[in-house]
Design a protein around this ligand. Structure first.
Ligand code: 5GP
Length: 254
């Protein structure tokens, strides 16, 4: 990796100064955490797969006019992104009950929700990313009502688009988490999609068998985690079809 200034290290990614002002380099690690960092591990090849999966999804979203921070992939583990002012919120969209909503409201996992549900969490590790209402968000100034309208509108478009994209490859999009940033151009500010979209922050179930193809395999010690991420990449057409001997998918991708 070329020498450049590291700006931030998160649980799964590192941000470096970019080659031009207003750009950053996003580096994808193999590190995995769950339970707000209480469980730690390495998923070999995860960074390479997430870099490719997120690139693919961000490009498809851009094609339908959804603004994102993605500029281009640089290499196996790095992508060039626009520098934004990150809004300290996690926007979660749910189509089917799983994870925290299943636990919190006592809904059996796998129950289709009456409609897509949008939830907000305050991004704060020391507080364990607590769920918040729009009232908290606007009262504490994390985002304005106008920012919220923009984020929810984009999140619902992303959901519609990704539900279709994944349905086309035999996967149900159960839920996912998005992060947004503010991009300043001259005096104008717009809200764009940031972070990544990958099996790290989406729940993806096989449409026929309900097999989990996402980070829940790590969170719940189910095994075959890298294989699940590879399967998502393969179905999206990013990895060659199976049957390439003993060469691992993540090693084949340049
Ligand atoms: P839940 O609230 O059920 O734990 O998560 C809902 C969805 O958002 C899941 O797809 C999960 O992967 C994603 N998600 C929620 N919080 C986080 C987080 O802090 N990190 C990541 N990677 N994903 C998250």
């Amino acid at each position: 990796m070329a020498r450049r200034r590291q700006l931030y290290e998160g649980k799964a990614k590192i941000l470096f100064e970019g080659p031009e002002p207003g750009t950053l380099v996003q580096y994808f690690k193999d590190d995995a955490t769950a339970g707000n960092g209480s469980k730690k591990g390495i998923i070999t090849g995860k960074g390479v797969l997430n870099n490719r999966i997120s690139e693919y999804i961000m490009l498809r979203l851009q094609e339908v006019g959804i603004p994102t921070h993605f500029i281009r992939r640089i290499n196996m583990r790095e992508q060039l992104i626009r520098e934004v002012e990150i809004i300290p919120l996690e926007i979660v969209i749910r189509n089917v009950a799983a994870g925290s909503i299943a636990k919190r409201l006592g809904i059996p996992e796998g129950t289709r929700l009456p409609r897509s549900i949008v939830e907000y969490y305050y991004k704060n590790d020391s507080l364990g990313d607590p769920m918040v209402a729009e009232e908290h968000i606007t009262a504490f100034g994390w985002a304005s009502t106008h920012d919220m309208d923009d984020m929810v509108a984009i999140a619902l478009r992303v959901n519609d688009f990704l539900c279709g994209l994944f349905a086309g490859v035999g996967i149900v999009l159960i839920d996912f988490k998005l992060e947004f940033g503010r991009l300043w151009e001259d005096e104008e500010m717009r809200i764009i999609l940031a972070d990544e979209i990958s099996p790290d922050n989406c729940r993806l179930w096989d449409a026929k068998t309900n097999e989990k193809l996402d980070k829940d395999r790590f969170r719940r010690d189910m095994g075959r985690v890298e294989e699940a991420y590879q399967e998502v990449a393969r179905r999206l057409g990013i990895l060659p079809e199976a049957g390439n001997g003993d060469m691992k998918g993540s090693e084949m991708m340049q």
